[in-house]
Design a protein around this ligand. Structure first.
Ligand SMILES: Cc1cc2nc3c(=O)[nH]c(=O)nc-3n(C[C@H](O)[C@H](O)[C@H](O)COP(=O)(O)O)c2cc1C
Ligand code: SF4
Length: 495
């Protein structure tokens, strides 16, 4: 594969140039020419979810910060991030960040944990967000806040940043090799899985007692819930056929309904995936990662280790089981669904399209706009098929200056119900609120997908927008990141 030439979107000055760029890529991404203010803007429209009014169509996506304390409580960095989530004016807060249901299930030694000793810390995050939201918007009407509950499964690293402690559901031919797992590495037993399910119940009950409106049972990005969905090769109650692979979800849901009957439930789902990618060794050189190439060969076909993946052409999505999963959510009376894709670890270009790769990634194998368009199009198709479900769409940050134009158009055309904002919020929390208020856009704060917010935690530093948020820019962590980034890239490219 050769490195594709990619036009830097930050250099595209106006909508006419943006349209020409879309044409050159053959993409259909709806966008409005004129931005509307509240209350006319579709971004300002309310939506009723099971009797709960959500005050506008802006959703803050969960974003883990790797900056909690060793015992899983929030640090001042964490509190500041949630404050900025409140400042965004968004009325739907999707969990703030992934919170582990038990210590062993943490993705990093600084991830938040839901436990008796973190109760006050989690309550403080919620109250800080509410307070800041009131300061920004003048009211907390229609503000709906959830907590994303997770177990990191294959990506567990609970104790120190240098020690992976994977808890796997089945053996994966590529990811096991990457983690250095032997063929007899233990898989989670059914009784260990039951214990994890009970930890989800306890965490949800706590969230309910703390006043959170909903919990997300995370099923995305290669973490435990997502891994169950592709556990075709696992034997027993939690693997094999579709019913067994979704038993984890059903048992978590039924327990939550009995311990916290008033609590609403949402699910964040990787609607499709692809195989793991790696930098093309033939095109890597010291200091420069090669473009991503899929790590797949004939022997792995039909591919049985993905969800939402065509088994014969595993770099292509196949939505048959995704549709079955959404049907199951309807049967379980779960209406709020946040669609995302892939994994940040093994195919980040699918999950968070970026011009600049994180230090453990690879150069983009495609124009990142294709990644944005892919997630948008699949969300559109699923919304059409499930009009009663309420969808949050993901991966809009790469749209940069044109994000508001696209957001307004896709809501109007009902491609999605909510615009989910990830990285853009770390860089410029009030972007869409500024649009609704008719304030000028602050171009210097727009996320340019430099990926430092991913590179930093990969190297044991707190996540944050180092290039654009002065809070990190001049910090000690910022200096460390600069040194680590060049070192990590050089090492990786020599492999
Ligand atoms: C630093 C960082 C942390 C993230 N943490 C989480 C997380 O805890 N849970 C989750 O579901 N997604 C997480 N994501 C993914 C985002 O929610 C989002 O799907 C992704 O960044 C693409 O959206 P964007 O283009 O708006 O950034 C994270 C992304 C980033 C950049
Ligand atoms: S570090 Fe800042 S500019 Fe870079 S991707 Fe993250 S939020 Fe965007």
């Amino acid at each position: 594969m050769t490195q594709p030439r990619i036009l830097r979107l930050g250099s595209v000055k106006d909508l006419a140039q943006f349209e020409a760029h879309l044409d050159s890529l053959g993409l259909n991404i709806p966008h409005d020419r004129e931005l509307l203010r509240a209350p006319e803007s579709p971004l300002a429209h309310r939506l009723l979810w099971n009797g709960l009014p959500i005050g506008n169509r802006i959703c803050i996506q969960p974003m883990e910060g790797w900056d909690g304390t060793a015992d899983g409580n929030p640090s001042p960095n964490t509190i500041r991030r949630w404050q900025r989530f409140g400042q965004s004016g968004a009325k739907l807060i999707w969990g703030g960040e992934a919170v582990a249901v038990c210590h062993e299930g943490r993705a990093n030694p600084n991830q938040l944990v839901a436990a008796a000793h973190t109760k006050e810390g989690l309550a403080l995050l919620r109250s800080t967000l509410i307070e800041e939201h009131r300061n920004t918007t003048g009211s907390t009407d229609g503000l709906v806040i959830g907590l994303q509950l997770t177990h990191s499964g294959r990506s567990c690293r609970p104790t120190t940043k240098n020690k992976a402690e994977p808890r796997i559901v089945y053996h994966h031919p590529i990811l096991d090799r990457r983690l250095g797992l032997a063929s007899d590495y233990p898989i989670l037993t059914d009784s260990e899985i039951r214990n994890i399910i009970e930890a989800f119940h306890r965490a949800a009950k706590m969230a309910w007692n703390l006043g959170f409106d909903f919990v997300d049972i995370k099923h995305c990005h290669g973490y435990l819930g997502h891994e169950f969905l592709s556990a075709r090769t696992r034997e027993g109650r939690y693997g094999g056929n579709f019913e067994n692979r979704t038993r984890f979800l059903r048992e978590v849901v039924s327990g939550i309904r009995s311990v916290a009957p008033g609590l609403q439930i949402g699910v964040r789902l990787s609607a499709f995936d692809t195989v793991p990618f790696r930098p093309d060794p033939a095109l890597s050189s010291p200091g420069k990662l090669g473009p991503g190439i899929p790590e797949i060969n004939e022997e792995l076909l039909p591919y049985r280790w993905g969800f939402g993946v065509d088994p014969q052409h595993p770099t292509e999505p196949d939505l048959d089981e995704t549709v079955r999963f959404l049907r199951l959510l309807e049967e379980l009376d779960i209406r709020l669904v946040n669609l995302t894709a892939g994994s940040p670890y093994y195919n980040p270009h699918i999950q968070r399209p970026a011009l600049y790769p994180p230090s453990d990634g690879y150069q983009p194998p495609e124009d990142p706009l294709l990644g944005v368009a892919r997630q948008m199009e699949i969300t559109r198709r699923l919304k059409q098929q499930f009009p009663k479900l309420i969808f949050v769409g993901s991966a809009y940050s790469y749209l940069q200056d044109f994000l508001p134009h696209v957001a307004q158009a896709v809501l109007r055309e009902e491609w999605t119900d909510f615009i989910g904002l990830g990285r853009m919020v770390l860089a410029y929390p009030e972007l869409l609120w500024d649009v609704l208020e008719g304030n000028p856009m602050q171009r210097k704060h727009i996320c340019r997908t430099f990926s430092d917010c991913t590179t930093a935690p990969r190297n044991g530093l707190p996540s944050g927008c180092y290039p654009l948020d002065d809070y990190y820019k001049d910090s000690e962590a910022g200096e460390q990141l600069k040194k680590l980034k060049s070192k990590a890239v050089a090492e990786k490219s020599m492999v």
